[in-house]
Design a protein around this ligand. Structure first.
Ligand SMILES: *[C@@H]1O[C@H](CO)[C@@H](O)[C@H](O)[C@H]1NC(C)=O
Ligand SMILES: *[C@@H]1O[C@H](CO)[C@@H](O)[C@H](O)[C@H]1NC(C)=O
Length: 210
């Protein structure tokens, strides 16, 4: 990349990071790289109300996968108007017997159950488990960075919506991360206490090697 181009990007990032409190919004411009505070802003003159509307959460997610869960995310990449505003939403469709596997993200989350019955919980940093059966209308908090999960324990598909206090929460699913990487199996065994067959199984499922 040329120096002038780098400089322009730098100016965009600086103006964005120092100006968040004096502008109304900053719809992401994906022509520039993301920085710690998000993407640079699109020219407001080019925006319409449609840039502030995301309709994707009306459609059920695809649950044909090993966890029987469909996650439809309205995060900055799918809904650029969220850029810089510190919030996002997602729709969770959890099939019968399905789960949102144990995971964490950089920020806190609130879930609201719309249909069905789930067990939702998190594990605190002193390894206390906080979990409860939730029904329609219940909401629960998962504090930032803590491992948490949801399990559909009902006879019907479950539907829930979540909101997180970042436009890009940075999801990390434990089982997926353990299975999708290229670490040697014996290293994964050492750092997880799983046996070799278990490590190989999750590597096969999630596309890891070695
Ligand atoms: C947005 O506005 C700028 C400046 O007015 C213009 O140069 C650019 O082509 C516009 N972009 C789009 C996608 O309309
Ligand atoms: C759901 O996902 C599965 C597995 O990836 C795929 O085979 C199927 O076509 C998808 N269904 C729809 C309706 O997109």
């Amino acid at each position: 990349m040329s120096l002038p181009k780098l400089f322009i990007i730098f100016c965009f990032l600086v103006s964005f990071t120092s100006a968040t409190s004096v502008i109304d919004f900053c719809v992401a411009d994906f022509n520039f790289p993301v920085g710690p505070a998000g993407y640079p802003c699109r020219n407001p003159a080019n925006l319409t109300v449609d840039d502030f509307v995301f309709s994707g959460l009306g459609v059920a997610g695809n649950t044909s996968n090993i966890f029987r869960v469909g996650v439809t995310a309205a995060f900055d990449l799918t809904f650029p108007a969220l850029n810089g505003l510190g919030l996002s939403m997602a729709r969770l469709d959890i099939g019968v017997g399905g789960v949102v596997p144990i995971h964490s993200h950089r920020v806190s989350e609130v879930i609201m159950v719309i249909e069905g019955t789930i067990i939702a919980g998190f594990i605190s940093s002193d390894n206390t488990a906080y979990f409860k059966t939730l029904n329609r209308g219940d909401i629960m908090i998962f504090p930032h960075t803590l491992l948490h999960f949801q399990v559909n324990v009902g006879e019907t598909p479950a539907l829930a919506f979540v909101s997180l206090n970042s436009a890009n929460p940075g999801f990390q699913f434990f089982t997926t991360s353990i299975g999708a990487n290229d670490l040697p199996t014996d290293v994964v065994q050492k750092i997880t206490l799983l046996d070799a067959a278990q490590v190989q199984r999750v590597k096969r499922i999630f596309g890891g090697t070695n």
